[in-house]
Design a protein around this ligand. Structure first.
Ligand SMILES: Cc1cc2nc3c(=O)[nH]c(=O)nc-3n(C[C@H](O)[C@H](O)[C@H](O)COP(=O)(O)OP(=O)(O)OC[C@H]3O[C@@H](n4cnc5c(N)ncnc54)[C@H](O)[C@@H]3O)c2cc1C
Length: 330
């Protein structure tokens, strides 16, 4: 096992001076306030930092975990043995290409992107104004709201693979589907995204965004840590059974508590941390809810949130449940 001796730490600090943190604690930083620590995290400022970090990790066989705001991630409770690469505000510059096209670095804060587009009268992505993530995380998840997704406005996505090579994909090559992109199955770091919008009126756009934010404040639990919707809303099953929250509520799970985790009494598609929740509490709730909704409706809910294991490998929550929970208790 390699890992984080002084030589490795010094090299990472040389590539990313002033952007390296030791003992990076997920429980105090992730939106769910759950997780152990990683020995080392780097916050790159430029694409060349990312290329250099990827080449270095490849050379010394160091697993890399890329994260943004951690608003869609559940972390293992113990040590996460990977070099964490966190994209954030230092790597978030927008470049206007023309009146309706903009390229933005992947660490950009999504509500800030929505505000930037509104100020420039570039309309179409007002629905992302309340999503607490980075642009890279949003594109990787093909996130959005009001049944829309960022992918609809993507022209190209640039990423850096494990060898440090840069790849540019067109929207078609990103394989966008509902809350899915090709990046879910690739070990690549999204570095920038080119978006094409329509011309819009900034005043009307601002009003639309205010309305969206007001409606989210009323609908979603805000007081306790959570990761947004746990399960994806499947458009096909929506017509028959309604949204996942309604299915989970009908199956009797609203308000149910497991350890420190609870199915939100406000919105059953949210799991909140009431204090001291562990990853195992959340994963076992997810597994049991899926089974129970399946027994009632014949439909298997697909989790939206993702789980990071002790090696820094990212799983969908259903894979994680069957691998780390069901097998352990079965
Ligand atoms: C209160 C709340 C409300 C939410 N509402 C919504 C909503 O309305 N719609 C919605 O779609 N989501 C919603 N979410 C979920 C979440 O905010 C989004 O999925 C967001 O886009 C995740 O971005 P992130 O930067 O936090 O990614 P993270 O959670 O840090 O990472 C998510 C995944 O993306 C990968 N990733 C992150 N950055 C990159 C990158 N640069 N390159 C490659 N892979 C990367 C990570 O490895 C991980 O697999 C909500 C979450 C919360 C807490």
């Amino acid at each position: 096992m390699i890992r984080f001796d002084d030589g490795v730490i010094r090299q990472v600090e040389r590539i990313c001076p002033s952007g390296v943190m030791r003992n990076f604690d997920f429980a105090s930083r992730s939106w769910w306030r759950i997780g152990g620590t990683a020995p080392l995290a780097a916050r790159p400022r430029t694409r060349s930092d990312i290329v250099a970090l990827r080449r270095f990790s490849q050379n010394v066989d160091l697993p890399t975990l890329v994260i943004g705001e951690m608003s869609n991630l559940l972390f293992a409770d113990e040590r996460v043995d990977a070099l964490v690469l966190q994209l954030g505000a230092e790597f978030s510059r927008p470049t206007l290409v023309d009146a309706t096209t903009v390229r933005i670095e992947a660490g950009a804060w999504v509500p800030g992107v929505a505000r930037f587009l509104q100020q420039h009268g570039m309309s179409g992505l007002e629905h992302i104004c309340g999503i607490p993530g980075t642009l890279g995380g949003l594109v990787m998840m093909n996130g959005g709201s009001l049944r829309r997704s960022i992918g609809e406005h993507v022209v190209t996505v640039t990423s850096v693979d494990a060898n440090g090579d840069t790849i540019e994909r067109t929207r078609d090559e990103c394989d966008f589907a509902y809350r899915h992109s090709v990046f879910a199955d690739l070990d690549e770091v999204i570095v920038d995204v080119t978006l094409r919008l329509e011309k819009g009126d900034p005043v009307r756009m601002r009003q639309t965004m205010r309305d969206i934010l007001r409606s989210r404040r009323l609908k979603f639990p805000r007081k306790l840590p959570n990761c947004g919707s746990v399960f994806k809303s499947n458009p096909a099953c929506y017509a028959e059974f309604g949204p996942p929250g309604a299915m989970i509520e009908r199956a009797g799970w609203k308000g149910m508590i497991r350890g420190g985790a609870q199915v939100s009494p406000l919105h059953a598609n949210f799991i909140v941390n009431r204090g001291g929740a562990q990853a195992v509490d959340v994963l076992s709730l997810i597994g049991d809810i899926r089974q129970s909704v399946h027994d009632q409706t014949g439909h298997l809910l697909e989790p939206e949130i993702r789980y990071v294991d002790n090696d820094g490998k990212v799983w969908t929550a259903d894979e994680a449940h069957s691998r780390f929970i069901a097998n352990a208790s079965g």
